[in-house]
Write a protein that binds this ligand. Structure first.
Ligand SMILES: [Zn+2]
Length: 310
């Protein structure tokens, strides 16, 4: 079995992690903003007429109106949606693209949400999002849709995967994703790594949905499913076309051009690869679900994925 390193972990060839200084540090450098945001009892500040007015209240009263306006702007929900590094919520670019961000749920190989996935939202570089929209428009004419499994991945999530791979025990549910490789080997073989191309915003995990099909079957954590290489009816449902394996299947059967799948499954893979390629996306040969846009990446990021507010 050949080792892949991009879906679950990454290939470790990316620059050091960047910090989202503006959001995580800047408020700490502006004490007034923290006070305004976190101390409801200080609501009396604005009255400014009490005979018991303290020195602090005098100080606050002297803060220019513009500074207060800036603080309110920074803590307002709309401003909290600003993302660093040219990242955007895919839903803001194309709400018709289906999203099932598995690492924000327990329905993944780790069995719980990963660190940094505070919301099931696909976050992408704007250029990547615009190209996905173009792919989606072409697919819509064929009654198909993209379905996103993973997009931007906070660097801390990759470290969480590494920690998980070394935690010394393995459940049957976890083993569904790597039926032929012990969990303890995943890190050594490079399937899980501490850095991921996903953290640069250039990589995506996705599949196709046939909008004419019945996609209503939902994953049930109380059920026992066959592993990711089993026939589709026995695998955990993913609400998408049958690509021959489930998502994140660490197995030779997950290699895009493998011949041990049926013609219909091969055709679906080819349709996905061709549709993505028309917008410049390149598939990773060992994972039918992993694509990247050459040139779209850069530094890796670690800002957490937070709920989109609109
Ligand atoms: Zn991937």
């Amino acid at each position: 079995m050949a080792g892949g390193a991009r879906g679950k972990g990454g290939d470790g060839s990316y620059p050091p992690i960047c910090r989202w200084w503006l959001i995580t540090v800047m408020p700490g450098l502006v004490p007034g903003i923290h006070v305004l945001a976190r101390s409801p009892e200080k609501g009396a500040w604005m009255a400014g007429t009490s005979p018991a007015m303290t020195t602090r209240r005098h100080l606050v009263k002297s803060i220019p109106i513009a500074a207060i306006a800036m603080a309110i702007t920074i803590i307002s929900p709309a401003h909290a949606q600003s993302l660093p590094g040219g990242f955007v919520y895919l839903r803001d670019i194309d709400p018709s693209i289906i999203q099932d961000i598995r690492y924000a749920t327990s329905n993944n190989f780790v069995g719980r949400p990963l660190a940094g996935y505070g919301a099931g939202e696909c976050v992408v570089k704007r250029e990547v999002g615009l190209r996905l929209k173009a792919v989606q428009q072409e697919l819509a004419a064929q009654n198909l849709s993209l379905k996103m499994f993973d997009c931007y991945r906070p660097a801390r999530a990759s470290l969480d995967m590494v920690k998980w791979s070394q935690n010394g025990h393995e459940t049957a549910a976890e083993r569904r994703y790597n039926p032929n490789i012990p969990k303890t080997e995943l890190f050594r073989l490079g399937y899980i790594a501490s850095r991921s191309q996903h953290s640069t915003g250039a990589a995506l995990d996705l599949t196709l949905v046939d909008l004419k099909a019945d996609n209503s079957a939902k994953y049930d954590p109380s059920k026992t499913y066959a592993d990711c290489t089993a026939p589709v009816a026995m695998r955990a449902p993913e609400g998408s076309v049958d690509m021959g394996t489930g998502y994140d299947c660490t197995d030779a059967k997950g290699h895009t051009a493998v011949t041990s799948i049926n013609p219909e499954q091969r055709t679906w893979r080819k349709r996905l690869v061709a549709a993505m390629a028309r917008q410049g996306f390149v598939n990773y040969s060992k994972e039918w679900w992993h694509f990247s846009l050459p040139g779209a990446g850069g530094a890796a990021y670690d800002f957490p994925i937070q709920p989109r507010i609109r």
